[in-house]
Write a protein that binds this ligand. Structure first.
Ligand SMILES: C[S@@+](CC[C@H](N)C(=O)[O-])C[C@H]1O[C@@H](n2cnc3c(N)ncnc32)[C@H](O)[C@@H]1O
Length: 289
């Protein structure tokens, strides 16, 4: 029997069980795509030859890039992120003093006073900023790093501020990522990196932008950098020579935009962190993969 490609698979309405996907990111990321990992594996399995590189222009927590790197779905992976706090984590892990970051995480004594002491200071070095960001990501409600987000109150099982602080796991994850030699990180504008790579046929793109258009405006509350020229992103995607997948909220505005650019799209079911069933839109140039 011929195996289904991605678009056939997501039409079959099976919801991915996130618990079955390896968690590799040090972030709990709002809008994170861990649930999409089985789908991206299916997408890659339909290419005749392994693409040379995956580019993820809006990396955030990077779970798709990490899956591609660890599972060698491509030879190399390029992650791009504009938020300097998020970027500091990736830079420290991939190009900086990762051992120092790991031991700070391991030795941090988690309590509200110590959290406040760290978060009140302005980080100086990249490693400092990385620790600050990881801590904030673990103690803020929903892992949200945008300004104005409060701290976790009761947390899981009433464990309060420490309910998402797993130092050993975090340490293992960042050291495992640092040991990969096929990931490059670029701090900057993902749209610019897309434009620089439009002519490359050996690259594939996973594009998961912050979404602030349409009715929901979720992106504004979730990310420091949430403004994006979506029309320009669609225009750039239409000129890419490599294959791409984009994910967006399933809104009429985005479906109409996708139609205007002659892209194919399908709604895929996922569960959000509150376990309610939602759909997101998967957009590509062709349903062949
Ligand atoms: C929807 S989130 C990506 C989530 C990611 N797929 C994951 O699994 O964690 C979008 C990300 O794009 C970043 N971003 C916003 N504008 C950007 C830009 N112009 N260039 C690069 N990154 C940008 C935001 O900071 C945010 O981290």
């Amino acid at each position: 029997m011929q195996q289904l490609n991605l678009f056939q698979e997501i039409g079959s309405e099976q919801i991915v069980n996130v618990a079955s996907v390896p968690q590799r990111s040090p972030f709990r990321y709002p809008g994170g795509k861990t649930w999409f990992v089985p789908h991206i594996r299916r997408w890659f399995s339909c290419f005749d030859t392994r693409p040379n590189e995956l580019i993820e222009p809006f990396t955030g927590g990077g779970s798709i890039s990490l899956a591609a790197a660890f599972e060698q779905l491509t030879n190399t992976v390029k992650m791009v992120e504009i938020d300097e706090d998020v970027a500091s984590v990736w830079k420290t892990i991939l190009d900086g003093n990762v051992e120092q970051l790991a031991s700070r995480i391991e030795s941090f004594e988690m309590n509200i006073e110590n959290v406040k002491e760290v978060l009140f200071q302005s980080p100086i070095s990249c490693e400092d900023r990385a620790f600050h960001t990881i801590l904030r990501n673990r103690v803020n409600r929903g892992g949200i790093l945008a300004a104005g987000t409060g701290l976790i109150k009761n947390g899981e099982n009433g464990k309060g501020i420490s309910s998402r602080w797993y130092p050993e796991t975090l340490k293992k994850r960042i050291l495992a990522i640092a040991a990969q030699n096929n990931i490059n990180f670029v701090e900057g504008d993902g749209l610019k990196v897309l434009r620089e790579n439009v002519d490359r046929e050996d690259v594939v793109f996973f594009i998961d932008p912050p979404y602030t258009a349409g009715g929901k405006n979720a992106g504004k509350r979730l990310y420091k950098h949430s403004e994006l020229d979506h029309e320009e992103l669609f225009r750039t995607a239409s000129s890419l020579r490599g294959q791409f997948l984009m994910t967006y909220d399933n809104t009429r505005e985005i479906r109409e935009k996708a139609q205007r650019y002659n892209f194919v799209f399908k709604a895929v079911s996922m569960k959000n962190t509150h376990h309610s069933k939602l759909t997101e839109l998967i957009i590509s140039r062709t349903e062949d993969f």
